[in-house]
Ligand binder design. Structure first.
Ligand SMILES: [Zn+2]
Length: 389
């Protein structure tokens, strides 16, 4: 029907124009309307109309005029920092963190709150609501949504945690929906590696890149991939589980039930376990970190095992996905630049030369706290729900 086509097109065009402006601001930071016009290649009236609409909906803000060397002072437009805010929640085994940020992704560090992770799900939601309300009470701006990051498999079709070996109170739960209901806000649950990937692309070193990967080797070995600008999610959001590729059929039992998975050998947690075994007792992360920096030679053999398997993991990602940027997220192993350099040396022997030549490999430039707000901001600013877990 010609009539309906005419009605749809202007709405669609307006949305496309608004999205292009938002992407330009997210990639380049605050801009004048004139610069925005050049960045997106749209006419002055089109830019003005779209910017005004986004400002009236609280997604953008106008900054005080800056006085150029010559000509009239121009106001800058930026993603909302004060008028619209989001709450980010990071649920980890020992600690939970609540942060608040503007739609520009800048976290208000002074309002960040941390708490020990409660041992029941009801206790967890109670405590997160309490800390969330306290944080929002001090933050300026209208809350738009809640992002919740978990280090667990998330099925985006059933919209719940599949299983969390390290924190079973989350099994078959969706804390983002439960918290969202309490706050009357939209909530979004996302797994840590996908969130890290989105965060590197929107607020980290991968701005403007369409083919990136993040290898999270802290507790488990997780992988997040953006290929051709889209998150690689698989059928239900569970793609990228490189940690459960078998590398030693007779190896130790993994949390997934199989033996010799890559994550039993290529993570910070694996190194902590190996250091503990050498010391003769189970130890916590901080203790392992101190022991390793006090006497590196005593644990050289353990570091060598982890290095070899980190190299296998990195080379596999380079060979499979051919990214331009690969980020390694690690708090123990890669804390020493020498250890990561050793692993990258070994990667040269395992990755395909052509793929490796076009790939920059470095430590992650973002944090899981930052990552907790990336998906919800993306959904608010783009008006679409991401089909990722
Ligand atoms: Zn496994």
């Amino acid at each position: 029907m010609p009539g309906s086509k005419l009605r749809i097109e202007p709405t669609l065009l307006r949305r496309i124009n608004e999205r292009r402006l938002i992407e330009a601001l997210q990639q380049h930071g605050p801009q004048s309307r004139a610069t925005l016009r050049r960045l997106v290649g749209m006419t002055a009236p089109t830019v003005s109309k779209a910017v005004d609409s986004l400002i009236s909906r609280g997604l953008l803000e106008e900054l005080d005029p800056v006085r150029p060397a010559v000509g009239r002072p121009g106001k800058l437009v930026r993603m909302a920092h004060r008028s619209a805010i989001v709450l980010g929640v990071l649920i980890d085994v020992e600690t939970c963190t609540v942060v608040v940020a503007g739609l520009d992704g800048k976290i208000e560090d002074s309002l960040t709150r941390r708490m020990p992770t409660p041992n029941s799900y009801a206790g967890l939601i109670e405590a997160l609501e309490h800390h969330g309300r306290a944080t929002l009470g001090e933050a300026p701006g209208a809350p738009q949504g809640i992002g919740v990051v978990v280090n667990a498999l998330v099925n985006h079709r059933t919209d719940e945690v599949v299983c969390c070996a390290n924190l079973p109170i989350l099994d078959q739960r969706n804390p983002a929906i439960d918290l969202g209901q309490r706050f009357g806000l939209r909530g979004r649950l996302i797994k840590g590696t996908t969130a890290l990937c989105l965060s590197e692309r929107s607020h980290g070193a991968a701005r403007g890149h369409d083919d990136i990967a993040v290898l999270d080797m802290t507790t488990g070995l997780g992988l997040g991939v953006i290929a051709g600008g889209a998150v690689v999610a698989g059928h239900s959001g569970m793609a990228g589980e490189i940690g459960h590729v078998t590398v030693d059929p007779n190896g130790m039992r993994c949390g997934c039930g199989n033996r010799g998975c890559l994550e039993t050998l290529a993570t910070d947690a694996a190194l902590v376990r190996m250091i503990g075994r050498r010391i003769g007792r189970g130890i916590r992360f901080d203790e392992a970190k101190d022991a390793l920096s006090a006497d590196p030679a005593a644990f050289a053999e353990d570091v060598a095992v982890v290095t070899e398997h980190v190299a296998i993991a990195i080379a596999a990602v380079v060979n499979l996905f051919n990214p331009t940027n690969l980020f390694v997220h690690s708090e123990l192993f890669a804390a020493d630049p020498g250890r990561l350099a050793d692993a990258l040396d070994r990667v040269k022997r395992r990755a395909l030369t052509g793929s490796l030549a076009s790939c920059t490999i470095a430590r992650s430039t973002t944090t899981k706290e930052q990552a907790s707000i990336s998906a919800i901001i993306h959904e608010i600013t783009h008006g679409v729900r991401l089909a990722v877990g």
